[in-house]
Write a protein of this length. Sequence first.
Length: 138
Amino acid sequence: MDESESAYLKERDARVAWAKMQGKHPLALLAWKTTSNYGASIPRWTAWILGTIMLFSLLYEVFFRVQWLQPMSNTTPTAWIPIWSGLYYAINVTSSLALVEYQPTHPIAQAIVMLNVIAGYLFLGIGIGIVGQFIKNR
């Protein structure tokens, strides 16, 4: 862990301790503690990826039901299996494989797919950074 990371973690822990000393429940600070600094924690990074995939899979399930995801015209798509197909679509888009048989037809669905791809690239970059830090610190 480098010096800036160490200082950040100390400040975060000090803020939580200060709120507790004042008799306040540091709910917001605990949320900050839980969600921050995942760039150095593989379990936290993995939890964010899984949470993101679950969120997008639910969105894709809704998009299919309101017909914002339509089969591509040049393929014979497999039947949409509730829950499973949304999860499959989310994993493929997040990993940027794009091995999907459905395309978003509504602008909102298209924007969500773009956000999903961007999130996937960010997670990839963070993962590479975590591995790089581990290699650097060994």
